[in-house]
Design a protein around this ligand. Structure first.
Ligand code: NDP
Ligand code: 2IT
Length: 444
């Protein structure tokens, strides 16, 4: 049996009931086959793939807090420190009722290669909790965040592990967590990124993932003879990534006609009104029905449906496994030319394959959404030098990083005879640096 197949079997056997983790490992290892085959003897002797698929360590802990009625609630917290061969562990904290260990492991595993692709010195980690911030008062969110950090603070630090936002964790949650870290540890350090601007946050971090997605998409289109200007775009999700992807798409002359949340979706043929969307989602924390009610040109539909709308470019920006084979077929039938993943692993494996077979340009999340973590690393740099850079400075660095990521993965795909396969290109380019660092540092 090939080394890749042996390790895939081992991962499934050792980590039962973690389908998202299996999916992420399969996607990466399948596309690394040519690299693994070229170095099989060394990698087998080093047990490189076994080490790469086993987190350095994982923490699971109780998070008790008191709700507004005086009732004690109990959630489960996680932090998976996956690989720190190229820098301190770095990755977000997801707060969503669906969170379990397998989901955090899939996200932490993806993060290793994503962080490597940025070219910056950051390792891979991820954390979170099954806490649902939706519908909670600010005081309840604070109580949860303080309790979560009371345990998490033991494992993190500016030079060891630096968490950030993800689904359900935005500026409010990061603020409460930072306050509690400082209270317990007594140090003022860049232990979290995505901080508020008044206490060490970086300009452009809020916008970075969505903006970065569009910078990479624009470069991918340009290198394939297309102009983003005038294109129709379908976006899913309506959170941090979706909002700033929509804003940057409009700035680049494209038109975004859909957004969604877990209840339904909006079709707005006039183009999504970003100011209204921000008011509904960032200020009121309300549902998309409110957007549709305030916008005469918008239609609201219950359930799923974004990918049935005719578009040139599809940007899944909500969550994992939200774009299925039947959606990929609808996109192809409607003439879609590019799919770029703002979310982590939003496209199922069979849907990705179908899109690639049908010559749709496909940018995987670990490359396309790397602008968020890259700007987090820029926030770490600013915290270390105790300085703040201007919006323009951070944004232009972000733009350079995204263009560079695209060319690195394009080149890696070409080197292994897989021209245009950006999934393979991203996995290979991300893996090469991590593998080299792991081997150089010995068996640790
Ligand atoms: P937010 O919490 O700001 O927004 C998430 C959006 O996705 C909401 O519209 C939410 O709808 C929707 N959503 C979440 N879960 C589901 C679900 N199970 N089914 C349908 N819709 C769902 O998160 P972000 O925008 O930060 O994150 C979105 C994606 O981008 C995630 O995959 C995240 O891992 C990834 N990402 C985020 C980065 C960042 O910097 N924030 C960086 C790189 C990747 P509802 O409100 O109804 O729950
Ligand atoms: O998935 C991701 O890359 C993030 N949620 C951002 C992580 C970070 O450390 O900024």
């Amino acid at each position: 049996m090939s080394y890749v197949d042996e390790v895939l079997e081992r991962v499934v056997a050792k980590n039962p009931a973690e389908p998202e983790f299996h999916q992420a490992v399969k996607e990466v290892l399948e596309s690394l086959r040519p690299v693994i085959e070229a170095n099989e003897e060394t990698y087998r002797r080093e047990a490189l793939l076994e080490r790469l698929t086993e987190p350095d360590r994982q923490f699971k802990f109780r998070v008790p807090w008191v709700d507004d009625k005086g009732q004690v609630q109990v959630n489960t917290g996680y932090r998976v420190q996956f690989n720190n061969s190229i820098g301190p562990y770095k990755g977000g904290l997801r707060l969503h009722p669906s969170v379990n260990l397998g989901i955090i492991k899939f996200l932490g595993f993806e993060q290793i290669f994503k962080n490597s692709l940025t070219g910056l010195p950051i390792g891979g980690g991820k954390g979170g909790s099954d806490f649902d911030p939706k519908g909670k008062s600010d005081r309840e969110v604070m109580a949860f965040c303080q309790s979560f950090m009371t345990e998490l603070n033991k494992y993190i630090g500016a030079d060891t592990d630096v968490p950030a936002g993800d689904i359900g964790t935005g500026a409010r949650e990061i603020g409460y967590m930072f306050g509690q870290f400082k209270k317990i540890r007594g140090t003022y350090e860049g232990v979290l990124t995505g901080k508020g601007l008044s206490y060490g946050g970086s300009l452009a971090r809020t916008e970075a993932t969505g903006y970065g997605l569009l910078y990479l998409t624009e470069e991918m289109l340009k290198c394939n003879g297309h102009d983003i200007k005038g294109k129709t775009v379908c976006v899913s999700g309506s959170g941090n990534v979706a909002i700033y992807a929509t804003q940057k798409a409009h700035q680049l002359g494209a038109k975004v006609v859909t957004v969604s949340d877990s209840s339904g979706w909006v079709y707005d043929p006039e183009g999504i009104d970003v100011a209204l969307l921000k008011e509904v989602k960032e200020v009121k924390r309300a549902r998309l029905t409110e957007y549709a009610a305030a916008r005469p040109s918008a239609e609201y539909h219950e359930g799923r449906g974004v990918w049935s709308v005719k578009c040139d470019i599809a940007l899944p920006c909500a969550t994992q496994n939200e774009l299925f084979l039947e959606d990929a077929k609808a996109l192809v039938a409607n003439g879609c030319i590019a799919v770029a993943e703002g979310a982590n692993m939003p496209t199922t494996l069979d849907a990705t394959e179908y899109l690639q077979q049908n010559k749709v340009l496909f940018a995987p999340g670990k490359a396309a959404n790397a602008g968020g973590v890259a700007t987090s690393a820029l926030e770490m740099s600013q915290n270390s030098e105790r300085l703040s850079w201007s919006f323009e400075e951070v944004d232009s660095k972000l733009q350079g990083i995204m263009v560079n990521i695209f060319h690195n993965l394009d080149d890696a795909a070409k080197r292994y005879g897989k021209e245009g396969d950006y999934v393979a290109g991203a996995n290979i380019a991300g893996f090469e640096k991590v593998a080299e660092a792991m081997i150089a540092q010995g068996v640790v």
